[in-house]
Write a protein that binds this ligand. Structure first.
Ligand SMILES: Cc1ncc(COP(=O)(O)O)c(C=O)c1O
Length: 359
């Protein structure tokens, strides 16, 4: 039995059922007589794991055979450089929407390969709101990259912006599978898996096949999307355990259903934002309600002393992972799919008690 209430931003809370199944597989994987940690990456059992995981991703995203599903090493950041390596020619241009730390890091990585146009930014406001989506997207761009949910600043796009004929690529690391979503709007999307989808180190990357025709330079196979597709993500020794845990997460998501997951995520976020908005001690980092993230709720207290006292109180009450990122300060409660409603209710109750004593 785990004893902490976990609001960490990633690695983050996992469903108890998934932890149980993963632990069982560490002891023995099905009837193989082997632990999942000993399972060959080129064997029949792992081929089944890959096949089922790909099928579930397509089913949950409503995608047909025009899309390829990959499990790649290197987490989110490896996608930051694989994307421009594959699609941004030295004399080409790519568009980036700068809505927070990760969006900015993605665009910084791209500057090593070609020209980068920052199409919109909210940096001047310390990313406390989303930037306005550009009214015109230059036609010659190789692609437009944006981040659907800004993990550090707690903003989230509620609809998918339009790029006409320019391929749209989304970093969905911190909100994939958290709500109903039209994934067919993207030419490519990816997610570091350590939030809604498993254990760190791997990225889920989904790519529309026509993008593979747009690869602009010769690359070593590990970094080439086409080569990874050809080898079914098993070019080298795959992250067998990590991908298996992602499969368990996908099964859990399917059993619960995205509609139910979204409903609960909205409920969790509402309870917490409501408590913050009516508080005289706490204040939300993101004031514009339509820009607020359902996944990462960022808030501050009225003084550094109060923040320290509330963090200590959380610690005493076994609430962990609530400290905000250094660029925002204060607190951040990450409410990913596996965080139960009761956890948020407990946090809100503690905030109430704290306010009664300190407000
Ligand atoms: C939106 C987003 N993109 C990318 C990353 C980077 O992922 P990784 O640490 O796996 O490189 C993170 C990490 O938290 C993230 O939140």
């Amino acid at each position: 039995m785990l004893t902490k209430i976990n609001f960490n931003a990633g690695p983050s809370a996992m469903p108890p059922e998934v932890l149980h199944e993963a632990a069982k597989a560490v002891n023995k994987y099905k009837k193989t007589g082997l632990s999942i940690l000993e399972l060959p990456h080129r064997g029949k059992e792992f081929a089944e794991i890959i096949a089922e995981s790909k099928q579930l991703v397509k089913e949950l995203c409503g995608l047909d055979d025009r899309y390829e599903v990959l499990w790649l090493h290197g987490g989110g950041r490896q996608q930051f450089f694989m994307i421009p390596m594959n699609f941004l020619a030295a004399d080409g241009s790519a568009g980036y929407i700068d809505s927070g730390h990760w969006a900015e890091e993605a665009l910084e990585y791209a500057t090593h390969y070609g020209d980068v146009q920052v199409l919109a930014t909210s940096k001047e406001a310390n990313y406390s709101h989303l930037p306005a989506w550009p009214s015109k997207i230059p036609k010659q761009l190789a692609y437009v990259h944006f981040t659907t949910n800004n993990t550090i600043y707690g903003t989230q796009w509620s609809n998918i912006p339009e790029t006409k004929n320019v391929p749209l690529i989304a970093d969905m690391s911190s909100d994939i599978f958290s709500r109903e979503h039209d994934y067919t709007k993207y030419s490519m999307f990816y997610a570091a898996v350590q939030k809604n989808l498993g254990t760190p180190g791997t990225a889920l990357t989904v790519i529309r096949k026509d993008m593979l025709e747009r690869i602009v330079r010769s690359l070593p196979p590990m970094l080439n999307y086409s080569a990874q597709v050809k080898e079914d993500s098993i070019l080298n020794t795959a992250n067998v355990f990590g991908i298996y845990v992602s499969l368990l997460m996908l099964r859990w998501i399917k059993a619960k259903g995205i509609t139910a997951i979204e409903k609960e995520n909205k409920q969790k976020a509402k309870i917490l934002y409501d408590a913050i908005d009516k508080s005289s001690v706490f204040a939300a980092h993101v004031k514009e309600k339509p820009h607020r993230s359902m996944m990462n709720v960022c808030f501050t207290a009225n003084s550094a002393k109060t923040e320290k006292a509330f963090l200590e109180l959380c610690d005493k009450n076994d609430i962990t992972g609530i400290k905000g990122h250094r660029s925002v300060g204060g607190f951040r409660a990450s409410l990913y799919n596996a965080v139960p409603l009761e956890a948020v209710e407990q946090l809100v109750a503690l905030m109430g008690e704290f306010e009664a004593a300190n407000g």
